[in-house]
Ligand binder design. Structure first.
Ligand code: THG
Length: 292
């Protein structure tokens, strides 16, 4: 059994430790126009109110890291991501996960960030490895490695493990250690393939047995096109936490999801005396009382 690694990321003032010995780290997904039409429309009009609200509200709901994605078609992504990050850093003090496929936007984002960022992402394609890994090294960042390459997303856990291994090896050659690599085995949509969930979970198990790295996942992809998605997402996240998921990218403002994560941490023995669970329960009670 490979030893579990600890990934450390930070903002100017806060450090977040990701490991299987610690409570699950929620990376808030909501600051993202690609997945959300309302945010897209607002950003196109130069309105950043939703970015501000999503930053504050996700942290209130338990996000310890915020994903920031500025993928608006036809817009200057480097300038937009800088602007969005500036707003998020004004409103909150949590570390950021810089979510872009554009190396120019990534460079722009890193240049305005103070702390150790989580870069989202690199993948096994030659082009991606060459563009992203030197920036990870130069800025002393951590990086999410997606289990896909020139041939797309592999169908078997064994092949996803291979891609993870390639990314870890290539990073190692530049002096980036496996503790600074968080692997995303990629959860596809169950609507397209009903084995998508178990494939992702088996991939997690293989990858951590071999490399001991931390694991992230955009966990809401799994239920796309299904009704009652919150129940699927929360169950899937809890099962994936047992398999080794340590920092899901998800929406903490969905109560089912954040409660399932808290319960999973309790079951995993990562919540001493159930203190976090009881605190969260009291906060929910208080919110209910305030409503009535
Ligand atoms: N892995 C990694 N990064 C990722 C993903 C991943 N970043 C992007 C994405 N996937 C995760 N982020 C989001 C952000 C928002 C939404 C979903 C995933 C979202 N979707 C609405 C929904 O699903 O119903 C869309 C509704 C709308 O159009 O408003 O909110 O897998 N490393």
């Amino acid at each position: 059994m490979t030893q579990d690694l600890t990934t450390i990321i930070s903002s100017a003032t806060k450090t977040v430790e990701i490991s299987r010995a610690m409570p699950t780290v929620i990376i808030g997904e909501r600051i993202n126009p690609t997945g959300r039409k309302a945010v897209l429309a607002a950003l196109k009009e130069g309105n950043f109110d939703m970015v501000r609200q999503d930053a504050v509200n996700q942290v209130k709901a338990g996000a310890v890291v915020l994903d920031v994605n500025a993928g608006v078609p036809g817009v200057d992504e480097p300038a937009l991501i800088q602007k969005m990050m500036g707003i998020v850093m004004e409103e909150t003090d949590v570390p950021l996960c810089i979510d872009t496929a554009d190396p120019a936007a990534l460079e722009a984002a890193l240049s305005v960030y103070s702390g150790k960022a989580l870069i989202n992402s690199v993948n096994g394609e030659e082009r991606s490895l060459e563009a992203v890994l030197p920036l990870v090294k130069e800025h002393g960042a951590a990086v999410i490695g997606l289990c896909m390459d020139d041939d797309g997303i592999p169908e078997t856990p064994e092949k996803r493990l291979q891609v993870a291994g390639k990314i870890i090896e290539r990073a190692g050659k530049l002096g980036i250690g496996p503790e600074d690599i968080v692997i995303d085995p990629l959860a596809l949509t169950m609507g397209a393939d009903s084995s998508a969930g178990i494939l992702a979970i088996e991939s997690i198990k293989l990858i951590i047995a071999e490399f001991g790295v931390n694991i992230t996942m955009g966990a809401s992809n799994i239920s796309f096109g299904m009704p009652d998605r919150k129940y699927i997402n929360s169950t899937f996240i809890a099962m994936a936490i047992l398999a080794g998921l340590t920092c899901p990218i998800t929406n903490p403002m969905v109560a089912q999801v954040s409660i399932a994560i808290q319960a999973a941490d309790l079951v995993m023995g990562r919540d001493d005396y159930g203190m976090a669970w009881i605190k969260a329960y009291r906060a929910r009670q208080k919110a209910l009382e305030a409503q009535s």
